[in-house]
Structure formats: structure tokens, C-alpha cells
Design a protein around this ligand. Structure first.
Ligand code: CA
Length: 339
């Protein structure tokens, strides 16, 4: 539950809904239990937006709920960096080079990491946080989030033993360096082979026996068991991002065609969804985007910059009439802001 005090002195209101599912859908009540419609009350709407962005920021920084890894001895971790601001994200799958099996976080996170899946689905899809932003390059420091949106890969004690997915706060044990194995150039793209080196001790993650078992983080050199094939696409993270599958976050490094495709997919789902349950949020990190954004029902489009000028949409954003004869009197439940 999130409780926030209005800047104008209104009573705080409590949200029992999922803010990530879209502002238009939030189940908001005031202290008297009355439902608040943010669309009809400008002050509440603004407050909801501020709270939403605050929650988003805190969650992005890994600070929501003041989450701390209780099982990490505080003296052993060198720092608490949470998700490094400016990190870019991408979906990632990893396949052992030797046996060709995919790496999975059992149950989508919170436990073991194994290398024993023939195909990649949700549990085998990770969110790669590229700490220095931009594209993924040889030598970049990364965090690897699991499908449940809660946990991160962790090399216990910074390396030398188990690697699991039991931590919720990405600190140094949860930070790895990507080392490109072979190939030309420094950029890492789908199909390239990489090794993962722990940040603290500089040892490498191994697929034990080349696959069919778990992973460890104790190899001093990157050889066959330490080599993984990158996959999963370089586009924005959908189902694997911390906010769930109905929140997409774009940044300027993502190809415009990829962004446009995802926007179109969302619009096609929301175009006539006046009475349906689906909710979507489309979020843009600061930058310029030459995309066309039709806004359907229950869709919120937001810039994530400190100021509206930080996000520029150079094509168009529009909400066309959904009824015949250019009748837009039922174009409800949608919003755009901060770009
Ligand atoms: Ca990078």
C-alpha cells in the first residue's frame, strides 16, 4: 500500500491497485473509502502522477520499500548501488556454448540458476541492466534481473562458489562484467559469445559440466564451460522488466522501428478496449523519438525526463475518434504527459 499526502493538503489517499498497470486503471480510494477518479479531479490526477513517477523512480533505483538483502553481510558488500541510474535494459537469454542448453532461474527467480532448458521462455529470460547505458559493449558492468521482476543473479561472496538468484538488491556481488569471447569489434549482439566475470573477485561463471546442472562462479579463466551465447533480442524489456509486461520503457538506443512496432502492438490491443481489463503504460527515457503514437483506451504515455523538453516526439501523438463521423465523445481513459 502506498500512502501519499497531497501537496494541497488533501487527505492522503491509499492505493490498493497496481500502479504499474496504468494510471487509468488504478483502484484509488480516499480515507473514507470512496473511489477517486483521477480523470475527473485534476488535483488528484496530478498527485497520482507525482506518486507514480516517485514510485517509478524509487523502484528503478531499487529503493522501493527500502528493500535490503537481509542475507548479505553488510561488511562483505562493497557498496549499495541499486540499479545504477542511467542503466539501459534489454531482454537477455543465455545458452551454454558447449551443450546448447539455456540458463534458467528456477521459478522465475528467488532460488537456483540452472543450465538445463532446451528452449527459452519466461524463466530463461533475464533483464540485463547495462550500467553505463547505451549499447552493450565488451567490459560493461551489468546486473541480471530475473523473470519475476524481483531477484538478481548473485555470486555469493563475490565469487568462488555458488551463483544463484536469491537477492533483491543489486550490489557488488550482483554485478558482473561482460567479456566478449571472440568475434570482431566490442559491441555485443545476439549470437555473440560472452563470459560473465564477477565484479568483486574477477572470476568467471561456469555452466557446470557445460550444462545439465547449475552454475558456479569460481573459474579463473574463461574457457568452454564459461562461454555463453547471447540471445533474447536487443529491444526493450517487456515481460521481464520490473514493472510487468504491460509497461514498456524505451530509450534512444532502441531502433525506432522496434519502438514503433511495440507501440502499434499496444494500440491494436487497446484501440477498442473500452470495457476490457487490459492496461498499458508507454514510458520514454530522455531523448528524441521519431515515432507515431496512436493512443488507445487505458494507455498512458509518459516522458521520464526531469522536464518535458527532455523527451521529444518528432512525429505525432494522437487519439483519433473511435465513433463514426469523427465523433470523439467516447475517447476516454487515456493520457499523455511530460514530453
Ligand atoms: Ca553499455
Amino acid at each position: 500500500m502506498v500512502v501519499t499526502r497531497s501537496r494541497r493538503g488533501y487527505s492522503p489517499f491509499a492505493c490498493t491497485g497496481d500502479v504499474c498497470a496504468g494510471l487509468g486503471a488504478a483502484d484509488l480510494t480516499d480515507w473514507n473509502g470512496r473511489r477517486i477518479s483521477p480523470r475527473l479531479h485534476p488535483t488528484h490526477r496530478r498527485e497520482l502522477m507525482m506518486r507514480y513517477l516517485r514510485t517509478l523512480t524509487l523502484t528503478t533505483l531499487g529503493l522501493a520499500g527500502c528493500v535490503v538483502s537481509a542475507d548479505d553481510p553488510p561488511t562483505a558488500q562493497l557498496s549499495s548501488n541499486a540499479i545504477v541510474p542511467g542503466s539501459t535494459t534489454r531482454a537477455l537469454t543465455l545458452r551454454a556454448s558447449v551443450g546448447g542448453q539455456f540458463v534458467t532461474a528456477e521459478n522465475g527467480g528467488g532460488g537456483d540458476i540452472n543450465v538445463n532448458r532446451a528452449t527459452a521462455q519466461g524463466w530463461e529470460t533475464f533483464t540485463l541492466y547495462d550500467q553505463n547505458g547505451g549499447t552493450l559493449q565488451n567490459g560493461d558492468l551489468i546486473n541480471l534481473g530475473t523473470f519475476d521482476g524481483t531477484h538478481f543473479w548473485c555470486a555469493e561472496n563475490g565469487g568462488g562458489g555458488a551463483v544463484n538468484a536469491t537477492r533483491t538488491d543489486p550490489q557488488d556481488w550482483e554485478t558482473f562484467r561482460v567479456v566478449k569471447i571472440g568475434g570482431t569489434g566490442t559491441a555485443i549482439n545476439d549470437g555473440d559469445q560472452i563470459a560473465l566475470q564477477t565484479k568483486v573477485l574477477g572470476v568467471f561463471v561456469s555452466a557446470v559440466n557445460g550444462g545439465g546442472a547449475g552454475v558456479t562462479g569460481s573459474a579463473t579463466t574463461a574457457s568452454t564451460w564459461e562461454t555463453f551465447v547471447v540471445g533474447g533480442g536487443s529491444g526493450p524489456v517487456g515481460g521481464a522488466n520490473p514493472f510487468g509486461p504491460n509497461v514498456v520503457i524505451f530509450d534512444p538506443t532502441i531502433p525506432q522501428a522496434t519502438i514503433q512496432s511495440q507501440i502499434n502492438t499496444i494500440f491494436n490491443a487497446e484501440r477498442n478496449n473500452q470495457f476490457g481489463p487490459r492496461r498499458d503504460a508507454i514510458l520514454f527515457r530522455p531523448g528524441t523519438y521519431n515515432v507515431d503514437i496512436p493512443v488507445g483506451f487505458f494507455t498512458e504515455v509518459r516522458g521520464l525526463g526531469a522536464m518535458p523538453d527532455d523527451v521529444n516526439i518528432t512525429n505525432q501523438v494522437h487519439s483519433d475518434p473511435i465513433l463514426a463521423n469523427n465523433n470523439a465523445t467516447q475517447n476516454f481513459w487515456r493520457g499523455v504527459e511530460n514530453f
